[in-house]
Ligand binder design. Structure first.
Ligand SMILES: Cc1cc2nc3c(=O)[nH]c(=O)nc-3n(C[C@H](O)[C@H](O)[C@H](O)COP(=O)(O)O)c2cc1C
Length: 181
């Protein structure tokens, strides 16, 4: 069966570097034989999590749609900016809402990518995203941080090469999990 990958960008900005990178990863995954889907959180608008809101009206439909995408994939890829040494609220909020349905849906081989115009490449933000995911027993397979990044990062040949390697790591890890089961 064709393996599936879902790429979620942790920025809703129209010309987001992380949307570029998620789309580039989808392109590379397609070429590697995955059925690949790009997820733009701007298409899944969610209110800030609030327990009273959940009690009154349940989990929003957009969180159910994200849950369904995750439930139907083999591999997850997050591309996320670093915001003040962490990762953006829009991504944390989406993760939090989905966990109100079932957090085990995240437990599949996961890839992390960040970029920044600075020297750190957003690695500190990914560190905290990794902590959240590992708290939910998510196997993070590979991580890539790209320093000195700017518009067009997703089309840079060296970046494409690194994304191809990342996708190959996911394919390998998925095959390993299948052998073990
Ligand atoms: C609130 C805020 C905080 C930021 N904090 C950091 C930071 O800690 N480290 C960093 O490298 N870049 C930081 N940046 C710059 C972002 O990495 C940069 O804007 C990036 O392009 C955002 O991702 P996007 O292009 O996908 O929207 C910050 C940007 C914002 C808006």
């Amino acid at each position: 069966m064709t393996p599936k990958i879902v790429a979620i960008a942790g920025s809703t900005r129209r010309s987001s570097l992380h949307k570029e990178l998620a789309r580039a990863a989808v392109d590379e995954a397609d070429r590697a034989g995955f059925d690949a889907t790009f997820v733009d959180l701007a298409d899944l608008p969610l209110p800030l999590y609030d327990g009273d809101l959940e009690a009154a009206s349940g989990v929003p439909e957009a969180a159910h749609r994200l849950y369904e995408l995750l439930a139907d994939t083999d591999v997850v890829l997050f591309t996320s900016p670093e915001y003040n040494g962490g990762y953006p609220a829009v991504l944390k909020n989406a993760i939090d809402w989905v966990t109100r349905i079932d957090r085990s849906v995240f437990a599949r081989p996961t890839l992390l990518v960040s970029a920044s115009s600075g020297k750190g490449g957003g690695a500190k933000g990914l560190g905290l995203l990794r902590k959240t995911l590992e708290h939910m027993a998510v196997p993070v397979v590979s991580e890539l941080s790209l320093p000195n990044a700017g518009p067009g990062v997703g089309n840079h040949p060296a970046v494409r090469h690194q994304l191809r390697a990342l996708v190959a790591d996911a394919a390998e890890s998925r095959a390993g999990l299948q052998r073990a089961s």
